[in-house]
Design a protein around this ligand. Structure first.
Ligand code: FAD
Ligand code: MLT
Ligand code: ZN
Length: 468
């Protein structure tokens, strides 16, 4: 008889304590299906009190906790290690929208709310919650906050951190910190909220949040522009910023090879141009005046860029369906890459002005060391954030290539470091990058992170093996 699990059953109900291998399977494997962890149980609490009770039981029994939202994370943060000692604490049942305040422009939500449901709830009240990413149909706001997710709206609205005013957290001791304040100004000591955001479940469990709402734009327009080089894409970014200001809400780069991969695995999704171009930019404008106003701005930008030959071709979506079709191409790159087989992913940022140089220099270094490799480069160009991914040469077995992952990472991340960039722009460190980060963060920064971890989670039960 496992006393610890019996106490968990008593605390949250036996049906919410999963121990059966088959039922646990989807909680233990990461989204890319590259790694499967082990756990003694998956616990599915239904309230903050139940989360706190479970944490206290884990403390008493010395059981490590792996918090999990939608399990869409890409850095092995949401799956437990191989010891089998941990429990996965899934927030999936905590999916209530608690309150919407249309004057304060805030929404208070349970951490397990699916992002798309939050977007929809905002839309129904004529508001916008601007966090947007390919996994929005299954990721949760608790996971978004814990990874400080970025996505496609950062250029205008900021990362998840900028979208959050307050948090409710269960501490590693099983206390509840109610910081659900909807305040835009609050300078009353250390900012605990900002400490928990991006902590990847290593400092406590986020159970609720107050998030910011924005006016819903009157018109949203999408265009796809084709160009020869990433330098031209950067030139278009400068033009778009000058001419469209805050109306510019999306600026996503995709190489021709990304589009080829998407068309291969999703044949209905292809670029609407008669010929291929090396690079493409997906642009989004969100206007608070009218569709006519936005269209005039977009057409002027595109006509000017065509005339000065910054871009070679462009299409403007004429309907919501056409806009969706363009965004579908962008959002299916990750899926197409996964369908294609094993590859090495990077999520890097460098100062926007250096992106062109970073790509040229790093492409050349990689081509020299790994002849025939195929670059799958795309991402949030407007934020200086690239998904600089590497696929094996066509004639090399993927497993042979994956054995050289460490070498590939070293070339890419050393280059990022030389360009004063970050080796994780938006996905976090998880278990995947926790060793590597030690090469790039200063000893002082690593020491301070360790001090914070020791102070808040002295037993190191919160998501061990991740981040630090
Ligand atoms: P999970 O994967 O379950 O967990 C992520 C991390 O947060 C883990 O460390 C976990 O322990 C911790 N955690 C989860 N919930 C809690 C909680 N309540 N309290 C404490 N810790 C918690 N990311 C981007 O930033 N930008 C993108 O554009 C983007 N696009 C994506 C597209 C696809 C197709 C996929 C599969 C992923 C994408 N991601 C992106 C990565 C991922 O979706 C995000 O990181 C997302 O925010 C994770 O949310 P989740 O609920 O799935 O969290
Ligand atoms: C994206 O921007 O699509 C994501 O961050 C996912 C990825 O890197 O594949
Ligand atoms: Zn991304």
């Amino acid at each position: 008889m496992n006393n610890f699990l019996d106490l968990c059953r008593e605390a949250i109900g036996a049906s919410h304590v999963i121990t059966n291998e088959a039922d646990m399977a989807s909680y233990l494997v990461d989204w890319r299906r590259r790694y499967t962890g082990r756990a003694q149980a998956v616990l599915r609490p239904g309230s903050v009190e139940e989360v706190a009770a479970l944490v206290r039981l884990c403390v008493d029994a010395g059981v490590p906790i792996c918090p999990q939202g939608g399990n869409t994370g890409l850095v092995l943060g949401s799956v437990p290690d191989l010891s089998g000692r941990a429990v996965v604490l899934s927030l999936g049942r905590m999916n209530r929208i608690r309150d919407i305040d249309l004057v304060n422009n805030t929404m208070t939500v349970d951490a397990g709310c699916i992002l798309a449901n939050i977007q929809q709830a905002a839309d129904e009240r004529d508001r916008l919650f601007p966090l947007s990413l390919g996994a929005e149909g299954s990721c949760t706001i608790g996971g978004n906050l814990s990874t400080n997710a970025g996505g496609t709206g950062v250029l205008r609205y900021g990362n998840t951190r900028e979208l959050c005013l307050g948090l409710e957290v269960v501490t590693p001791q099983g206390e509840v910190w109610n910081g659900l304040r909807g305040l835009r100004k609050d300078n009353t000591g250390y900012d605990l909220r900002d400490l928990y955001i991006g902590a990847e479940g290593t400092l406590g469990i986020i159970t609720g949040a107050v998030i910011k709402l924005f006016p819903r734009p009157k018109a949203t327009l999408t265009a796809l522009a084709a160009m020869q080089t990433t330098d031209a894409a950067l030139k278009l970014l400068t033009l778009a910023r000058q001419q469209c200001g805050a109306t510019l809400t999306g600026f996503e780069l995709m190489s021709q090879f990304c589009l080829e991969l998407v068309a291969k695995h999703y044949p209905q999704m292809h670029a609407p141009f008669p010929q291929p171009y090396p690079q493409y930019v997906l642009l989004e404008l969100s206007d608070s005046e009218s569709e006519e106003h936005a269209m005039a701005m977009l057409e002027s930008l595109i006509t000017g860029a065509l005339e000065e030959e910054t871009i070679q071709d462009a299409v403007v979506a004429g309907s919501i369906a056409q806009s969706r079709a363009l965004w579908d191409i962008r959002e299916h790159i990750t899926l197409a890459q996964a369908d294609e087989g094993k590859n090495i992913k990077h999520d890097v940022s460098v100062p926007i002005s250096r992106i062109g140089d970073f790509i040229h220099e790093t492409d050349a270094l990689l081509a020299d060391r790994f002849p025939g490799i195929r670059m799958v480069t795309f991402g949030h160009l407007g934020d200086g954030n690239l998904h600089y991914n590497v696929s094996p040469p066509v004639d090399m077995p993927a497993d042979d290539f994956m054995e050289r992952q460490h070498e590939v990472n070293q070339v890419v991340h050393d280059s990022v470091h030389r360009f004063h960039g970050s080796i994780s722009a938006e996905h976090g460190l998880g278990a995947l990058k926790r060793e590597e980060i030690k090469q790039y963060k200063s000893a002082v920064e690593l020491r301070l992170m360790g001090v914070i971890k020791d102070a808040l989670d002295p037993l190191h039960l919160m998501n061990p093996g991740k981040v630090l």
